[in-house]
Design a protein around this ligand. Sequence first.
Ligand code: CO
Length: 282
Amino acid sequence: MVSSRLVSHVSRGRPTSDGGGVRLTRLITPQQGLDPFLMLDEFDSSEASDYLAGFPAHPHRGFETVTYMLDGHMLHEDHLGNRGDLKPGAVQWMTAGRGIIHSEMPQQVAGRMRGFQLWINLPGVEKMKAANYRDLDPEEIPEHALSDALIKVIAGHCQVAGSEDITAGAHVGGATEPLYFDVALGTHATLTLVTPLHHRVLAYVFEGTVSIGAQLIKKNELAQLSHGDSVCLTAGSEPARVLVIGGKPLREPVVHYGPFVMNTAAEIEQAVRDFRSGQLTT
Ligand code: CO
């Protein structure tokens, strides 16, 4: 290994609400410039009133959304006629492209609802491509199993440093070549994962604690990492779970307005006009 990534910044999310009034924690905002990532929301509540309103029909243009359910049951429906049942462990990979109109509604009136939604930017040349939707059932998410760690490989290639063993994720490739791993570590387990040298890589601890280099990352903390060809994760005195998310920066201008993310203000105005006139998805 040439260089192990270190922690360059640690932050906690901000409580907010979105959709019909769903309470969530926003871990990344478009204003932070964490290219190619635009947004990362975590929802986690056992209070039905926090999530019952769901996300009624709304549009998107110019990027991809990746929804990962840990607990609960949501139904996705979109203008293309897709219906996706999101149950624990399932992933929905949606490429809004030129336009999608969809809803995400809870299919439960009690119990815990927990998961993440990540927004990944698309390069200008792909922002107007046809919309696409993929539903991945839990059994379609490959697992990379080790003696004291289990990695759900949602996107990208998972490889432990020093091993030839590579697990390809459920989603591979694309302009930003995203990595999306749900890493479960046993008590005091240490794991070094290979990461493309120039990818931006983030780690979000959602159970236990994890050390990266000399830095301890607590539960509900997001670590931004320096460049490097690997990241070494060490769990503390209880089992830990951490999302490791990576992507190739696009280095393009980002203009964000609500559910639209384009390169220029004129393209945003066009998106608003297209939505109002019913042309967003045609
Ligand atoms: Co949406």
